[in-house]
Design a protein around this ligand. Structure first.
Ligand SMILES: NC(=O)c1ccc[n+]([C@@H]2O[C@H](COP(=O)([O-])OP(=O)(O)OC[C@H]3O[C@@H](n4cnc5c(N)ncnc54)[C@H](OP(=O)(O)O)[C@@H]3O)[C@@H](O)[C@H]2O)c1
Length: 227
């Protein structure tokens, strides 16, 4: 049992929380409006979950998940996350997040931005390219032929191994897609983005992607400037 600190309680945060509770973990979860606004979610999650501020969730976390709009990255408290593994689900949508020159020019990746902000944390990109409803409902036990593989990227093997163990507990295998710098290959709208887990981007047709499918999609991904 691990205490999972989740910052962001929307589509992805609430589904990660649900899976984590089902796997026997404890959850401390935060949003921007304050713990009192999360009463309904906590009631659904049960006694091993509690609502907190973002700082409290970061302090309580043995493993952390940051799952907010990219434009809110600057608000994520870095100090209480120092030395911890942080799973990063963030995607860049300019219409929501505003134009970010370094991403538009592809001199960095979203996950390198997260790592730069959380300089003393061990950032691992994951959960960013699976639709939240699929994430919440398609978890399967190890060995199940319908079990899907999620992609991870990060600069440190021990952190990636720990995240893979966490994903396994939730009901997913893990595929190591390389470093944070290489993680552009499964950023928004690449071949290895939402199309990995759907047939042709149709959310009603879930595909439980395995390592072979992921390898194939990653190889097809192009930088935005070459698309
Ligand atoms: N939706 C998907 O299927 C999906 C899939 C993969 C990845 N993603 C990415 O994952 C991230 C989260 O997506 P989502 O769909 O879960 O978003 P969402 O439903 O809009 O939820 C965002 C959550 O972040 C919280 N938040 C915003 N600013 C915050 C701050 N400054 N401090 C603490 N919490 C803050 C919000 O709290 P309030 O409601 O109180 O403001 C809300 O709980 C995004 O970067 C998204 O692109 C989404």
């Amino acid at each position: 049992m691990t205490t999972i600190g989740i910052i962001g309680a929307g589509n992805i945060g609430s589904n990660v929380a649900k899976l984590a509770i089902a796997a026997g973990h404890e959850v401390v979860i935060a949003n921007s409006r304050g713990p009192e606004t999360l009463a309904d979610l906590i009631e659904q999650l049960g006694p091993r979950a509690r609502a907190a501020t973002a700082t409290e969730a970061a302090e309580a976390a043995e493993l952390a998940v940051v799952t907010v709009p990219l434009k809110a990255l600057a608000d994520i408290p870095a100090k209480p996350l120092a030395g911890k593994i942080v799973m990063d689900t963030l995607n860049y949508y300019p219409e929501r997040d505003g134009q970010i020159e370094a991403l538009d020019e592809e001199t960095t990746t979203t996950s390198e931005m997260v790592q730069a902000h959380l300089a003393e944390s061990h950032v691992v990109k994951t959960f960013n390219n699976i639709y939240f409803e699929h994430l919440g409902t398609k978890a399967r036990p190890a060995g199940d032929p319908e079990r899907a593989t999620l992609m991870i990227a990060g600069d440190e093997m021990p952190a990636k191994r720990e995240v893979a163990t966490f994903l396994d507990s939730l009901g997913y295998d893990a595929y190591d897609a390389g470093t944070l710098a290489e993680s552009w290959r499964f950023q928004r709208d690449t071949a290895a983005y939402a199309g990995v887990y759907t047939e042709g981007g149709d959310f009603s047709r879930f595909v439980p992607a395995d390592a072979d499918r992921i390898r194939e999609k990653l190889a097809q991904s192009k930088r935005y400037r070459d698309m």
